[in-house]
Design a protein around this ligand. Structure first.
Ligand code: FMN
Ligand code: EPS
Length: 362
């Protein structure tokens, strides 16, 4: 399994959803950095399962236990390892799924890749649950970035066909508003859409189905001059980590694919000096990154989140033990929509990418 990532900040992710514990080792954190564990727990709780009728009913406290690299409230500089116990597994839900492959889930490709030895219980190492340790690492990185005046936040761009306004449509988004979004399970610029979104998710759940959506993530306070051209561009680093999150099927930066329908004269982000002599651009179609390098405007990108695969509705599939066609109605505890719980995960991977970049000096 490829659970290792990073250059300056190295991450090693481990665990399975129905094993004893999941966790992460973070190498490269600066020594002497004071971690606010209460704030880490706030981030963990945003992602944790079982928090409302919009999520899987599996309840987990997701309390990280730090095993190394942390003394008297501060990082020591040695590898920091944390584990999170799995306390509410119900593996019988997965007995049938060892043989009957869920369409849209990792059952069949995982079986082929690991020759049938992968832990299939709760989707094992493929589970969205493995994003809990990512949020742990991301919460530490967000605290580190905050000291530098950098805030990472996100809002729901859409669920099904219900659309929120874009970041680019806002006159100004302050650090306070970005922080307020994190306190909301359904953060939207247009709060009036909240009820319709709730209803859509609950309707899908009621029908034994699921819905997807788009998350728009933004970074405020990122200075110009971070990144690289080509292989270590900010976009490629972010995309690498964003696509490491289960259920993500696409990413676009700034105006994204719509930029292809603009003329150069519309697409170009014109420069000016603001009243404080700071370089700004009048639009931000490039989402804060040109040539793989930040230019001092907010980084903005949207991630496509698929509807979760495990649904109660009847589907056609295969039974690999019998080598026959099969019908499947997935029982068990599943998210009817991943979007509300993936917001903190996308913020976490963004913070991890930026911390790695800044620690590396570029
Ligand atoms: C926070 C989170 C929660 C998820 N919950 C579920 C779930 O309840 N049921 C499900 O089938 N998939 C769920 N997923 C998605 C699967 O983990 C994912 O679809 C699967 O691992 C296959 O990967 P892929 O969709 O990226 O190809 C969740 C993902 C995340 C990030
Ligand atoms: C437990 C979490 O979410 C799980 C993610 C998930 C999946 O297939 O991704 C499937 C479900 O697992 P289970 O069948 O064990 O309840 C979700 O509950 C979590 O995110 O912490």
């Amino acid at each position: 399994m490829s659970g290792i990532w990073g250059k300056k900040l190295e991450l090693s992710l481990f665990g399975e959803s129905h094993g004893d514990a999941i966790g992460i080792t973070i190498n490269g954190l600066p020594p002497g950095f004071e971690i606010d564990l209460d704030q880490v727990q706030v981030e963990m709780a945003r992602r944790a399962p079982g928090s409302s009728d919009l999520t899987t009913p599996r309840k987990e406290k997701d309390l990280p236990e730090i095993l190394s690299g942390f003394l008297d409230g501060k990082t020591t500089g040695a590898p920091l390892t944390a584990i999170i116990r799995n306390t509410n597994t119900r593996s019988k839900d997965y007995s049938l799924l060892k043989d009957v492959m869920r369409p849209g889930q990792a059952d069949y490709p995982g079986r082929m890749r690991y020759k049938g030895h992968n832990d299939h219980r709760g989707s094992g190492h493929f589970s969205g649950r493995i994003t809990a340790p990512i949020v742990f690492a991301g919460a530490i990185c967000q605290q580190w970035l905050k000291q530098k005046g950098i805030t990472v936040s996100s809002h729901i761009q859409s669920i099904g066909n219900i659309e929120d306004e874009r970041f680019a449509d806002q006159k100004e988004v302050t650090h306070e508003q970005a922080e307020a979004f994190k306190k909301d399970q359904l953060p939207l610029f247009d709060g009036e859409k909240k009820e319709a979104i709730r209803d859509l998710i609950l309707e899908a759940k009621e029908e034994g189905d699921s819905v997807g959506g788009v998350v728009e993530t933004f970074v405020l306070g990122i200075p110009a001059g971070y990144g690289n051209p080509f292989f270590d561009s900010v976009e490629s680093t972010l995309a690498h980590l964003v696509f490491s999150v289960p259920a993500i099927k696409g990413i676009e930066f700034g105006t994204g694919f719509d930029i292809t329908r603009m003329k150069g004269s519309e697409a170009n982000d014109e420069y000016y000096y603001d009243e404080n002599g700071q370089v700004k651009t009048r639009s931000n179609n490039n989402g804060g990154i040109i040539g793989g390098i930040t230019y001092g405007m907010p980084i903005v990108f949207r991630s496509a989140v698929k509807p979760p695969a495990s649904i109660k509705k009847k589907q056609q599939t295969i039974n690999v033990r019998e080598g026959k066609a099969a019908e499947l109605e997935v029982e068990g505890r599943h998210d009817p929509c991943i979007v509300p719980r993936v917001l903190p995960v996308l913020e976490a991977v963004t913070a991890i990418a930026l911390t790695d970049l800044i620690l590396g000096g570029n």
